[in-house]
Design a binder for this molecule. Sequence first.
Ligand code: PMP
Ligand code: GLU
Length: 393
Amino acid sequence: MLSNRAKALNPSITLGISARVKAMKADGIPVINLSIGEPDFVTPDCAKAGALYAIENNLTKYDAASGNLGLRQEICRKLKKENDLDYTPDQIVVSSGAKHSITNAIMATVNEGEEVLIPVPYWVSYPEIVELLGAKAVLVETKKENGFLLTVDDLAGHINDKTRMVILTNPSNPTGNVFSQDQLRELCQFFVDKGILILADEIYERIVYDQSFTSIAALSDEIKQNTIVVNGLSKSSSMTGWRIGYTATDTAIAKAMGSIQSHLTSHPSTVSMQAAKYALRDCAEAVEMMRRTYQERRDYIVDFFEKELPELGFVPPKGAFYVFADISVLRDRLDGESLSLKVCDDMLDREVAFVPGIGFGADDFIRISYAASMEDIKEGLVRLQTYVHDTLK
Ligand code: PMP
Ligand code: GLU
């Protein structure tokens, strides 16, 4: 009854764990949720005001397939002001979340059978989206000692005449690492020289701690021409449920994406688009407040790992809201096919939820999300510490 593509698809492990936690909570189990990458803040009032405006002024009918023009103009202003990027509204497509933007972008540029390079560890949905669209996900291992940041050397043997695109996530989900400008420039110039399109997922761009952020498209005009910038409001403005993502590309790609969207969903909800417009225009302070709060939590966790839990290594987190913790020291002590699944199952028994690294292609790791209250973070880490010490006894 099912198509081959549906049969081949794995459900999202991140959303799956989150649903499991919600079910446990509904059963009265007070699970600490350090799994899903979803801001624990409410959507700021400055964004909600846009939705109220849309409803009160009857902005509730069909709009342009590429997204509301006023929002696309606001996105262009944001890209200029924050990223020093010049785009015109006809180069912007607004979709129903960054996930949808990524899907449209791949659909518009990658043929069936062509290959998409995906550095490991990867965000769970990339390989699934690529394969769902009939292309081939080519997983490229990166090195722990490089903080899992892709290098040109890692790509040896992975590129051929079918390679069409690479997906770069900066800051990274799941590692929280951020490329330096020099690293990015070398890597992206390599892709330009090889004629490989860059899909730059920059959804965590506003959540960076120790350095300023450089958009890949801002590296040079040549790189910009070769890049599809993906961004959205889910993370930066705590608007996950509003489902607004967007791309900035050359005009031809944007036009193709708009046509695809015109047949599949028409466009995202007009109410959400107004909220997104207000968020980009009015919420800089709220966004910065959230970023500072994540930074305090990040600092606490790093300190805890260094002083209280030195048995586990971790990738120094420079952005997003994740710590990727190395659990390989537990490998000899635990049974089971997957170490990270075993650790996460055991921790769920202790009522703390993390995401197993196997979902990101790295079974020696677990992902700890600190998009959670300081109280939950502190308690979750103490329970992890007790578990690690019990296991190593
Ligand atoms: N890219 C990355 C790296 C993510 O972590 C997520 C998680 N939500 C997305 C894209 C998708 O975001 P959205 O909720 O806007 O679809
Ligand atoms: N991207 C977030 C995460 O990695 C949210 C869940 C999802 O969309 O997969 O947890």
